[in-house]
Design a protein. Sequence first.
Length: 301
Amino acid sequence: MKIKSVEHFGIARKIVSNMTSESWETIPHACVTYEADVTKLFDVLKEINSGKDKSQKITVNTAMLRIIVEGLKACQKMNGHIEFSRKLVRGKITTLENIDISMPVVLNTGEMMTINMHDMGSKNMSQMRDAIADSMRRANNSDMNEVMFEVSMDNTIQGLKKGKIAQTIYRLIGSKTGKHKVKTLSGRAKKEYYSIPESDRLTKHDIEQGTITVSNLGSIYRGWKGECTILEIIPPQLVAIGVGAAQLKPVCTPQGDVASALVLPLTVAFDHRALDMGDMIPFFEKLDEIFANTEMIKEWV
């Protein structure tokens, strides 16, 4: 077998690999899909954005985040964290007040980064738009290795406090030795980087664990014809939501006729230890209400 190339994991891929491995090893995933007719939503957004500069427009991504937030407010059980011991068969679910959305984004470098959009439940769509734009501005000013290393060190310290000594030793070996050594800034370069005000770069606060993950997969490939079938839940979160790309599809009208409509698929993965489908009905009912009466989003600008 002829090898073309070998690429050792950087710190970002190390963290993603570790978190996703823990997800599949520990969480019994269940997954459901939801097809939203967004034909009227797109029309309302065109009306809202008419005459506005690009920076002031409300994107489909922002509108969908706000719609999902409304669903979470109606179904607060989905916005929480879980602790569970299989050995002792003991667990608890903590429902969280703030809706902090872990949102994967693609940076100018092509790197993928998950940013914590804090307290999205209290923001209107304009505030959401501005918060996302500011986070992207700071992310593109940031050294991802440095930010990730801060988070990794914090996780290691927390692990030590919980008595995970062996895990800490293995992580140090994996990140500090040989070809797998994590490369971070040093000397003058490090001093210059950390002289950048925190208001102009990301810190560990910006990529710490959120209360729920929402991935806008459709924004990565707008021509995508299909839907996400399953996605990983990042522990200790209970839910991950994938937003697809809008597609023109035939739908059946209430009168029984067939018509074309823009359909946007959502995928909702949930931790079956904490939630059943019945627990999430209020979430889907809220989405039904919004997509049937999309004029209401004008009040959220």
